[in-house]
Write a protein that binds this ligand. Structure first.
Ligand SMILES: Cc1cc2nc3c(=O)[nH]c(=O)nc-3n(C[C@H](O)[C@H](O)[C@H](O)COP(=O)(O)O)c2cc1C
Ligand code: SF4
Ligand code: SF4
Ligand code: FES
Length: 637
């Protein structure tokens, strides 16, 4: 590869790549994102290579490893273009049939298609309900690109936005276009990106930095990883455009340590971009030079906070500092430093290519464009979804996510990561938008969406997040460090039957102090999970405290398992599955749980056949006295 010295050379390269590609030639795209990799996508890829070669199809069929397609739950995904035939849960042993049936005979392998609730099969990826309701403007190219090949990105028009910014726009015009687009940051509080860029640009000092925040510490969130793994050039292109607008000549990718594939693909992308003159000195023959360093984070949640992240890049412990002066003005080594989230940067080339008017035509009045969510938890279709801002939670959870599995009832959805909040069923028609989520006591955060069903205890959920934050608090300031510790203690008490009157009020009081007086946003938002649970599920708190009852039957200290004597036919299944030997009984004898030995693991409850439904969970009521040992079964069919 030789360095490109002009826009014309970039366009010539793109035309050259396209001229070697036949859009009608079949191409098997195998998802090789981390999710599918865990399912064994590499072995699926190798099986395709073997079968294609074995059948002499090397010249007739292309094969491509891609990044995450979003529907990770059904990995490994294999999509055959141009028809877009989407095979789900592909295993190496399925590959010979796919090759002989689809690639040779042009027929569909029915059993690998998506099966709808009504029994219908769906052939094309875009027609699967999970994808049909999405608008994948940022994430959609993942399935079309081998992230290790810059040619794939360029073939789709990659780096054209950079060329446009450099040669058709001044840095001020670039900033102003992003400002007009009203692009709000996708990593946290939704701060307007264009305004932040201008602040850094106008801040005094020759040397300025731009940074990609790929720390992604929220439990259950993995959209930044999948973007960086699957389409690293889109993030890089956005970063270079931002650097040009801001007047920065050096950038950083701060990537969490646990993302090895993202780092690998990113490093390859950087090398290829440098080789083509898209990164480094005099990019595309212009007088603008820019290069980047990859910094691997140590995996602390708090290090994703802007001042902590910048301190970590300086080589010190990644803890927040007071921001009397914003990092946009005084960041890394006290120089103006602009930090944006991976998804924010990846959105920039789209705004420059298609214009702010196009971008603002998507979304709500104050939240423009799309947002990627990690849709996880108790929902049928889990994965990464990209939706226009303003889509309702109900549409995301039911139309895309397919609703709640196992016929259970929806209870709440947690958005915004550990500092977000739980939104109840009554607000399911809330449009997904920065301000609406905040008004509801949650927040957009970086795009976690955890769905919970009726079997979830909201006090226990609050305890889980408070525990996470208590462990992740850097401990630098008292309100956060001690506030979280005390909150956790109170929540532990409530969940274990030691809650007392006044606990809810004490939690609210602590929350107010933490929110007002903590140093960084970890502390100021840490009370959200507990507060939102109190706001929407206060009755659950009260049941725990006043009646020592866990309505969802989750808190171990507040529940007991009991076998209803006249429902038990002595099928022996529960006794065989009890890990502690707590179930007494034998053939023809009613089974009885020895409450002293029972660890409340729930195995008996899970395995007792539904037609008997003999094992029940009790909470807030005494366990009936056991039937005398040796009592015969009275159950009749
Ligand atoms: C404790 C804490 C952790 C954070 N972690 C992340 C993170 O992992 N990724 C991210 O983009 N922003 C994270 N943020 C938000 C950043 O501080 C910052 O607002 C964001 O990276 C700015 O980018 P944006 O404007 O594009 O959203 C975190 C904030 C806090 C307080
Ligand atoms: S609010 Fe918490 S995480 Fe932030 S600086 Fe204070 S102790 Fe550290
Ligand atoms: S809950 Fe677990 S330990 Fe207790 S009786 Fe059932 S299987 Fe045994
Ligand atoms: S990793 Fe394959 S679909 Fe997400």
């Amino acid at each position: 590869m030789s360095k490109l010295k002009s826009v014309a050379e970039l366009e010539k390269l793109r035309q050259g790549i396209l001229s070697q590609r036949d859009p009608n030639k079949p191409c098997v795209a195998i998802c090789s994102g981390t999710g599918c990799h865990a399912y064994g996508s590499e072995r699926v890829y190798e099986a395709f290579v073997r079968e294609i070669q074995g059948n002499g199809l090397q010249e007739k069929v292309d094969i491509r490893r891609t990044g995450c397609h979003g529907f990770c739950e059904r990995g490994t995904l294999g999509v055959i273009f141009p028809e877009e035939i989407c095979y789900l849960s592909v295993r190496p042993e399925d590959v010979p049939e796919i090759v002989s049936t689809t690639l040779i005979e042009n027929k569909i392998v029915d059993r690998l298609l998506y099966l709808g609730d009504d029994g219908s099969k769906v052939v094309r990826e875009r027609d699967i309900p999970f994808y049909k309701h999405q608008s994948r403007i940022v994430f959609g190219n993942n399935r079309l690109i081998d992230p290790k090949k810059i040619e794939d990105y360029i073939a789709l028009g990659g780096y054209a936005a950079l060329a446009k910014a450099f040669f058709e726009m001044t840095p001020e015009q670039v900033s102003s276009e992003v400002k007009k687009a009203n692009l709000r940051g996708r990593g946290g509080s939704g701060f307007p990106t264009g305004i932040k860029w201008e602040t850094t640009r106008n801040a005094p000092g020759e040397i300025k930095y731009v940074i990609v925040n790929a720390d992604e510490g929220d439990p259950g969130t993995y959209k930044d990883r999948s973007l960086l793994e699957g389409n690293p050039h889109s993030v890089l292109e956005g970063l270079i455009i931002g650097a040009y607008a801001i007047g920065s000549h050096h950038g950083f990718f701060y990537v969490r340590q646990e993302y090895p594939l993202a780092v690998e693909n990113l490093n390859i992308a950087l090398e290829q971009a440098r080789a083509l003159g898209l990164l480094g000195s005099n990019i595309l023959g212009s007088d603008f030079s820019f290069d980047v360093t990859v910094h691997r984070g140590a995996g602390a949640f708090v290090s994703g906070e802007s001042s902590a992240l910048m301190t970590a890049i300086e080589g010190r412990v990644g803890e927040p500092r007071p921001k009397y002066i914003r990092t946009a003005v005084s960041g890394i080594w006290e120089r103006p430093s602009n930090l944006n989230n991976v998804e924010t940067w990846a959105t920039v080339p789209l705004i420059i290519s298609r214009g702010s008017d196009w971008f603002t035509s998507i979304g709500t009045e104050r939240s423009k464009g799309t947002k990627i969510f990690s849709l996880v938890g108790k929902v049928k279709n889990t994965g990464l979804v990209e939706v226009p801002m303003g889509m309702t939670l109900r549409e995301v959870i039911y139309d895309i996510g397919g609703g709640i599995p196992g016929g259970k009832k929806f209870k709440a959805v947690q958005t915004g990561g550990p500092s977000g909040g739980c939104i109840p069923e009554s607000l399911l028609d809330l449009p997904v938008d920065f301000d609406e989520l905040t008004k509801a006591g949650s927040m957009m955060g970086s795009g976690g969406m955890i769905v919970m069903d009726e079997d979830t205890c909201m006090v226990d959920v609050a305890r889980y997040f408070v525990n996470f934050l208590a462990e992740e608090s850097c401990g630098k300031c008292v309100p956060c460090r001690e506030g979280l510790r005390q909150m956790l203690k109170i929540l532990n008490n409530i969940c274990t039957g030691k809650g007392k009157e006044g606990d809810i009020e004490l939690l609210e009081e602590l929350a107010a102090v933490m929110t007002d007086a903590s140093l960084c946003a970890l502390g100021t938002t840490a009370a959200n999970p507990a507060l939102s649970a109190i706001r929407y599920f206060r009755d659950e708190y009260e049941a725990h405290i006043e009646e020592k009852r866990c309505p969802a039957g989750v808190c171990k200290e507040l529940i007991a398992y009991y076998i209803v004597p006249d429902r038990c036919p002595a099928c022996l299944i529960c006794a065989r599955n009890c890990p502690t030997g707590a179930i007494i009984g034998g053939k023809g004898l009613v089974h009885v749980i020895d409450q002293e030995k029972c660890t409340k693991c729930g195995a008996c409850f899970e395995v007792c056949p539904p037609r008997f439904n003999a094992v029940v969970k009790l909470s807030g009521e005494p366990v009936p006295p056991p039937v005398p040992s040796g009592a015969k079964v009275t159950w009749r069919k």
